[in-house]
Design a protein around this ligand. Sequence first.
Ligand SMILES: N[C@@H](CC(=O)c1ccccc1NC=O)C(=O)O
Ligand SMILES: [Zn+2]
Ligand SMILES: [Zn+2]
Length: 206
Amino acid sequence: MGTWIDISQPLDEKVAVWPGDTPFSYKVNWSKEESGSVNVGQITMSIHTGTHIDAPFHFDNDGKRVIELDLNLYIGSARVIYLPNYTSIGVGEISGIDLNGITRLLIRTDAWKDRRVFPQTIPHIQPELAAYLSERGVRLIGLDLPSVDPLDSKELLAHHELASHGIHILEGLVLDDVLPGDYELIALPLPLVEADGSPVRAVLKK
Ligand SMILES: N[C@@H](CC(=O)c1ccccc1NC=O)C(=O)O
Ligand SMILES: [Zn+2]
Ligand SMILES: [Zn+2]
């Protein structure tokens, strides 16, 4: 039966933000004292903060917006694999792993040690991995990292290759305590009509 475990980053002012991007803030904009009945909050954040999905519009002006994404990608069986200590992840790093029947692949790297600080470097996904994964039926890739590309990349080759092979992207997961194996995943985006991505509450159950 199992219980759901949270694999999402908490969102408060301590969450790491992409350098130069909008800081996270929550405030009570209309207090109970002022309104006479309720606290009414407001959040301000970049969509690419914490645990989130990318819509293709993030890196392609003609790409799909969040509302157009198939919800079924973000709910269902997922395999967690553990690939620590690599500088990049490509076919060579993954070839020993049986991906038969795997639709959602979550990669635990443990490379982002202090999640309150934006990392200097991360292991990136080699663009060639997209074709390999799509041939095996993978439709969603998730990582415990803020991007699938090198942090200084402007071309975002992995983002583009994954999208062109029909593989959707989930970033900023918290997999520190998750053992490799098969799970149920829920990581639903908000129904943001125009957005280039969405924060998600990502959860796993054995
Ligand atoms: N691709 C990254 C985000 C990203 O590249 C980014 C996010 C906020 C501000 C600037 C960014 N990239 C700038 O080169 C992501 O998907 O989260
Ligand atoms: Zn993103
Ligand atoms: Zn991304």
